[in-house]
Ligand binder design. Structure first.
Ligand code: G3P
Length: 491
């Protein structure tokens, strides 16, 4: 067997590894779970050493498999959960637990920097909120005076998950992050792709403690710490949502994908700067000296809305049982669920909104609520899709989809019906790993250009709209009406 690329995808709940051949096809996969810690309600952390150990475990398993096949591993490509904040001493010991991207602890920082919200959005492209890595680092430095001193003297390294893994893969030689991960911190100037002095001043983060920013595709360092992979170059670093977009193999402006997980993320490649108040502007990736920009809309509750309804109904296997129950009825019989239990994300950005079950009648059964939960995913994705079209003033031809919930055919069909556009569901379950392998392969010269990547064979299933437009409009206006009621303040 010829050379292979080892793609590693470090996520919030698991770490996956994929061996990819020169035809772009995965030949072997391995995964392991990682733990999310909740020291107090609202606080979410992960053990940095456990994250690294999970990567080492799956990478070693892949290297052993490749050796048994007499195949070489030509490069390592990395994708990762974004925005999670880490800090470690120069001897490699974590200074604190990793602060998860979902953690709300930086609310006080957000309040402090609120007067600069417009400057932050203008320069970094991101709306101010607890998601930004900058606020989590600022929180750490504010709460641990020893860490602030060490950050200023260069004795501590700040980084995102990619930087932490790179530090460990290279035995502390590289303190580096890629353009896509850096663009999610809230500290990078989108136009120059450098740490922005004004943003660093606002959040009070010493530049000295931050990693250098490299291209997403290109050699970022060499592995020295996993014996089976010693000497193998690390040829791609990229955030997972961005990597999934690359994994769909669509690289033209207007290419758009939705990843369906606990929450959902829609990302669309753009040409030049797009003005928008309801979506984040971000860097999709950088390669061969060029930066590709994107718009992103994050929805906090999609898969977790289904889980919530399952728990609410007391079902044994909440998410699975809701999906099965929803299949037993033709529709939700008018029920609309707005899963705003933690507020609404893009495009509404209303942290005060609260969950709502609208239009309940005496005849409704649990199955109708289950169906409304599935519908709520499709409605929320359709809202962000419409915001993308409005921001770019274009008519998008369709939507590429990935993630666990896309296995639900009913959801994919409804998504297509609501958008009145085709929905292309990827057959690959490890799209982020595949996407980073694509960018790594570009760096290795396996593929010459993005057109070569777009031409690689890939499997997907297309769902085309079948619902009459009048029915679609009726359903969508019931949704919009319910959203406006979920946003009514009652206090
Ligand atoms: O922005 C957070 C996102 O990157 C997390 O992804 O796959 O770990 O849920 P995941």
């Amino acid at each position: 067997m010829a050379g292979l690329l080892l793609a590693l995808d470090q996520g919030t709940t698991n770490t996956k590894a994929l061996l990819v051949g020169r035809n772009g096809e995965p030949v072997f996969r391995k995964s392991t779970s990682v733990e999310l810690l909740q020291p107090r309600p609202g606080l979410l952390e992960q053990d940095p050493l456990a994250l690294w150990e999970s990567v080492r475990e799956v990478a070693t398993a892949c290297a052993e498999w490749a050796r048994a096949q007499h195949a070489t591993i030509d490069g390592i490509a990395l994708s990762n959960q974004r925005e999670t904040a880490l800090a470690w001493w120069r001897d490699g010991k974590p200074a604190v637990n990793a602060v998860s991207w979902q953690c709300q602890r930086s609310i006080s920082v957000c309040e402090r920097v609120a007067p600069y919200a417009e400057t932050i959005r203008e320069r970094s492209g991101l709306p101010l909120g607890t998601l930004l890595t900058a606020g989590k680092w600022a929180w750490m430095l504010e709460h641990q005076p020893r860490m602030r001193e060490a950050a200023e003297s260069g004795d501590i390294c700040l980084g995102t998950v990619d930087s932490w893994l790179m530090w460990n893969l290279t035995g502390g030689k590289e303190h580096v992050t890629d353009a896509s991960n850096a663009s999610r911190t809230g500290l990078v100037h989108l136009a120059t792709v450098t740490w922005d002095d004004e943003l660093l001043r606002i959040f009070d983060i010493p530049k000295r403690a931050l990693p250098r920013i490299c291209e997403s595709s290109g050699c970022a360092g060499t592995c020295t710490t996993i014996p089976e992979l010693a000497g193998v170059p690390i040829v791609s670093l990229i955030g997972d949502s961005h990597a999934a977009l690359a994994g769909h193999g669509r690289f033209d402006a207007g290419s758009i994908k939705a990843t369906y997980g606990t929450g959902s993320s829609l990302m669309m490649l753009t040409e030049g700067r797009v003005g928008t108040d309801v979506l984040a502007r971000t860097i999709a990736w950088s390669a061969n000296g060029e930066v590709q920009y994107a718009l992103e809309g994050n929805i906090p509750m999609t898969g977790s809305a289904v889980q919530w309804v399952g728990e609410f109904l007391g079902l044994a296997d909440p998410a699975r049982d809701v999906a099965a129950l929803a299949e037993t009825v033709d529709d939700s019989a008018g029920i609309v669920l707005v899963p705003a239990m933690v507020g609404l994300g893009a495009p509404w950005w209303d942290s005060e909104a609260r969950g709502l079950i609208a239009n309940l009648g005496r005849f409704h059964k649990a199955a109708h609520l289950a169906r409304a939960a599935i519908n709520s995913i499709a409605f929320q994705v359709a809202d962000v899709f419409a915001a993308m079209e409005a921001a770019c003033k274009i008519n998008l031809p369709g939507l590429a989809t990935d993630g666990g919930a896309t296995r639900n055919k009913m959801l994919m069909q409804l998504q297509s019906d609501l958008l009145q556009r085709p929905v292309h569901r990827s057959a690959c379950e490890d799209l982020s790993a595949l996407g980073t392998a694509f960018l790594g392969g570009l760096a290795l010269g396996w593929w010459e250009s993005f057109s070569d990547l777009a031409a690689l064979p890939r499997e997907s299933q297309t769902f085309s709209p079948t619902m009459p437009a009048t029915r679609r409009d009726e359903m969508y206006s019931a949704w919009i009406d319910a959203v406006s009621r979920a946003r009514l303040r009652t206090d």
